[in-house]
Design a protein around this ligand. Sequence first.
Ligand code: 13P
Ligand code: SF4
Length: 325
Amino acid sequence: MGVSVSYDLAADIQKLKKEKNAVILAHYYEDGDIQDIADHVGDSFYLAQMGQKSTSEVILLAGVVFMAESVKILNPSKKVIVPDLNAGCSLVNGAPYEKYLEWRKKYLTGIAVTYINSSAQVKSISDVIVTSSNAQQIVEAIPADRPILFGPDKNLGSFLSKKLQRPFELWPGSCEVHVLFSAKKLYELINKNPDAIVIAHPECDQDVLQYASVIGSTSHLLDQVKNNSAKKFIVATEPGIFHQMKKMRPEAELIQAPEADGSCGCNNCPYMKLNTLKKVKQALISLKPEIQMNESLRMKAQISLDRMMNIASGKPANWPSQFLS
Ligand code: 13P
Ligand code: SF4
């Protein structure tokens, strides 16, 4: 019964997509049935790129709201819709605009490097946006004498700061999902599976990352599973990604990294998982909920996103000499 209901929904969605001239973009943390009806599935950078160059009238983003906002900022003439407007992110919630602005003003000559997991308002007071797949390239493009303020994810920031041997002022935010992995339990699991490759998202705590031989964005982790000949992987990120990993390497053993308090399943992102096929269909029928944004805010936020896009595509960067100059 469940299978045929999903099948009917999937067929309805394909039909609606054509009728409404819509494209569906989905993140790897969505449930498999949503990934399977999407036109493009990817990490947050890829979704922003696909959204920016889409020529469809409607862009449905099945992910979290900051991803849909980024698409709206980059491709404002399109109607950008989401299955559920409550699909937030703990990093966005942990970086309220007023407090972020106060922090940003303390370092006027610094470059504010902001993770894409942030609100449009926070993007509007940032110099450049990064995702976990391009953060290193972007930070390397910043002149060595400019101080760096990095937020809102302290874990991605610490990881990069250590890797690039460059001090960062860090905003104290984190992902409520990735901080749940237990370093102690991971260590025990590695001892029981010495042949496994540990792969982790940089939003994990540093004590978990110390055990990972590969650290990167969701698409980078997926590439590892695809291209590394190992037969066993311990995966420290949200389990939605197993859907594509299993498709790519059906014979490989994929083990979810353990959480501190057993198998509560808490490392399912509660925001990503608000989206369902039923809500996708409903959004395509009503073309709601729609991402709405004040044009002056959009234009301000676009500056930092455009800078990311330019640097990532190899163009030279120009940096403001100081904030509010
Ligand atoms: P990626 O850009 O690696 O897909 O990460 C997005 C995210 O929200 C991870 O929690
Ligand atoms: Fe935000 Fe974490 Fe969910 Fe990613 S996994 S969307 S960082 S809460």
